[in-house]
Design a protein around this ligand. Structure first.
Ligand SMILES: Nc1ncnc2c1ncn2[C@@H]1O[C@H](COP(=O)(O)OP(=O)(O)OP(=O)(O)O)[C@@H](O)[C@H]1O
Ligand SMILES: [Mg+2]
Length: 476
């Protein structure tokens, strides 16, 4: 016989839930409030499982979970919630919940979970107490969404945050990799210490190494002063290595050594320094592909990927779109000091259908721009940049998508040539060449929301060339 305590203020739901189980094998007891749960559990040592609703009349189910886990960490607790909240999901898993389930229940999943939890509890009945750290989750940086994908991600964040394991986050640009990395740090026991991030794609090899490990005075040309690197600055905290796929092989091997030995030296120095940082890495490239090509180390991959989190693109979890829109509408309206605007249904439908190649970041930018541009109380279609882009691609009024571009450029250049001859004799060729290059590069960067890796790949130029042009043409 398995003994289960079910804590929920909805009596009808409790009894119908209990009726799903064979009464010869499962015995249910019920409480309608959280206040008596800890005492009840103390008095009933034969309990195999507690099922806790989050929303209880006098005390939150999550508080009860904490109290229970402090007293008996091995008694499984399933947290159930009436609505989807990524913060609750994260917190429940972080505090050691066996599972987090949302109503209405997927019955098969519910039964499976209860069975699994009960058999786990049979295996280990050794109580122990451990102090649980108190921490409030910041509202900023909240992971918004209600799709099953995003809830799973929130749960993984809660689980992995408790450990010191390295985490690898992958997903397309703008899907929220950095947001998830911050959530891991915020929910971890390192959250009183620094969360620092390093973009591995933005720096050349030497500079990246000095950024990571620091350098001694005179270590290389230009190293006028000693510098403390991010590994040292983030001591006892977390270090976010963004765009890890762009790290050179040499830097990869140095990073691997630090991860293995938990020690490093500043560039040009020989003092050995302890590395106590939690590594969270992110990439929008396929590391598997890079390993096949020989440009990413397999051993480093496994070091970084002790735990991995994949964030699917927004178009594959469209049920998050409307809640994100509502969130950004509130957020930016507050920032702009204006009332929230309504979004007509037809526009909502279009936003819902759009592909969002730049994912949540693109959606965020669209709502922001629309709120800034809009003059009335309602947002209009033309306030949204996404549709401009879509239309120009679809309708191609310029004719530029035809394979022979000469004709299209002729149309642009011929009319202005006489003025140019007057204004810039002797310079026209180089000016126009630069103008053309600048337009192409900025358009491509804009399309990828400033993602240099994607832009350089798509343009077919090296990242070094791209960076050089960005600096030369002062793009941005
Ligand atoms: N689920 C979400 N809820 C709320 N905001 C989100 C969510 N996902 C992403 N965002 C927002 O979208 C923007 C992009 O997110 P983030 O920078 O974390 O993406 P990324 O995956 O690191 O992108 P890139 O690969 O381009 O660096 C941020 O402003 C972030 O706050
Ligand atoms: Mg990022």
């Amino acid at each position: 016989m398995k003994n289960i305590l079910l804590v929920d203020d909805d009596k009808d739901l409790s009894s119908s839930l209990a009726n799903l189980f064979d009464s010869d094998k499962f015995s249910f007891q019920f409480l309608e409030d959280g206040t008596g749960v800890v005492d009840f559990v103390g008095d009933h040592e034969n309990l195999d499982l507690v099922m806790l609703d989050v929303n209880l009349p006098t005390i939150s189910g999550l508080e009860v979970l904490k109290d229970l886990k402090e007293r008996n960490a091995s008694l499984p607790v399933i947290v159930i919630s009436g609505f989807v909240s990524t913060e609750n999901a994260m917190e429940a898993m972080r505090e050691g919940a066996f599972e987090y389930l949302t109503k209405p229940f997927d019955i098969e999943r519910l039964i499976n979970t209860v069975n699994k939890a009960c058999s786990q509890s049979q295996q280990s009945k050794s109580p122990f107490t451990s102090p649980v750290e108190e921490q409030e989750s910041a509202e900023m940086d909240e992971i918004i969404g209600s799709s099953s994908e995003i809830v799973e991600i929130a749960k993984m964040v809660g689980q992995v945050a408790k450990t010191d394991a390295a985490v690898l986050i992958f997903g397309e640009s703008g899907t929220g990799k950095e947001l998830v990395a911050r959530a891991i740090h915020r929910n971890s026991k390192r959250n009183n210490n620094a969360f620092l991030s390093v973009n591995c794609a933005a720096l050349h090899e030497t500079l990246l190494e000095s950024e990571l490990f620091g350098h001694e005075k005179g270590a290389f040309t230009g190293a006028y002063y000693k510098r403390i690197g991010k590994f040292e600055q983030a001591h006892s905290g977390s270090l976010f290595l963004d765009e890890i796929g762009d790290m050179s092989m040499l830097t990869q091997s140095k990073l691997l050594r630090v991860l293995q030995e938990k020690k490093f030296e500043r560039v040009g120095g020989n003092e050995s320094i302890d590395a106590n940082v939690r590594i969270i890495a992110a990439t929008n490239k396929s590391l598997v592909q890079l390993m096949k090509e020989g440009s990413f180390r397999v051993d480093l991959f496994y070091r970084l990927k002790v735990f991995s989190i994949y964030i699917p693109p927004l178009r594959e979890r469209r049920s998050d779109i409307s809640i994100l829109i509502a969130h950004f509408n509130t957020l930016f309206s507050q920032q702009l000091g204006q009332p929230e605007k309504t979004i007509p249904k037809s526009i909502m439908q279009d936003l819902f259908k759009y592909q969002w190649p730049g994912n949540v970041r693109e959606l965020e930018n669209n709502i922001h721009t629309a709120l800034v541009k809009s003059k009335g109380e309602k947002l209009e279609r033309e306030d949204f940049p996404a549709f401009d882009l879509e239309e120009s691609v679809q309708e191609d009024q310029t004719g530029l998508l035809e394979s022979d571009y000469t004709e299209s450029f002729d149309k642009l250049i011929k009319p202005i040539m006489p003025q140019m001859i007057d204004a810039y004799p002797g310079k026209i060729y180089h000016m126009m060449e630069a103008a053309f290059e600048k337009s192409v590069i900025s358009a491509c960067l804009e399309y990828y929301n400033g993602n240099q890796v994607k832009a350089s790949e798509t343009l077919g130029i090296s990242r070094n060339t791209l960076r050089d042009r960005i600096a030369r043409f002062e793009i941005y």
